[in-house]
Design a protein around this ligand. Sequence first.
Ligand code: TMP
Length: 230
Amino acid sequence: MIDQTQPSLEANDGTRHDAERGAFIVLEGIEGVGKTTQMAVAQRALEQAGKALVCTREPGGTAAGEALRSVLLDKDGAPLSLEAETLLMFAARANHLHEKIRPALNRGDWVLCDRFTDASYAYQGAGRQLGVARIAVLEKWVQAELRPDLVIVLDADPELALTRAKNRGPVDRFEQESLDFFHRARQVYLDRAKDHPERYAVIDASMSLEDVTAAVEATVSGFARQWGVS
Ligand code: TMP
């Protein structure tokens, strides 16, 4: 029989839930909000806070995950049904959690991830209109109780953001989506942030690069202080 009086280090999501677990931070936003630049800013701010840090991305982050990323993003690749696309996102995520994210958090390292399940809510759930309820089922199955401790949403009007994204060069399968798709995706990011203000920070990505950078640095440093790291 399980001794219920003893606190367990392993919760049912396979991740330690004691004070030694590392923090899980995610950066999100629609195309063209400057996520790549701000990943580097967040990484620098966290490294300055003195924590061992694992930087990773989704879809991807493992050998199998990166192979799935190529299938998912290749706009000239074989067509994928919406269900297949969604399940492949979560297949990559399951592998990522197993191989990289949970082991890092359990070691006490911090994890900074370029996108995570909020992107599935935004892109597949809302953008492609699968519905957020279907994403919630997969989230529960693949992650159990594990959720990011901080999600930074870089937010901008899709018209502005997409113009920036298109100026970057060749587009992938998602970047070629319609303006309506990105309006729906943006709204889900904002709704989720509103529903869980304790875990989300929305930053106006239409500000100058200097101001967005300062806001990301302040958010990350404030979070690190809250976790007892200066
Ligand atoms: P990015 O890493 O350059 O942002 O590209 C990843 C693309 O994959 C981006 O267009 C968002 C999309 N995506 C989803 O549609 N669902 C997901 O769950 C994730 C993680 C990404």
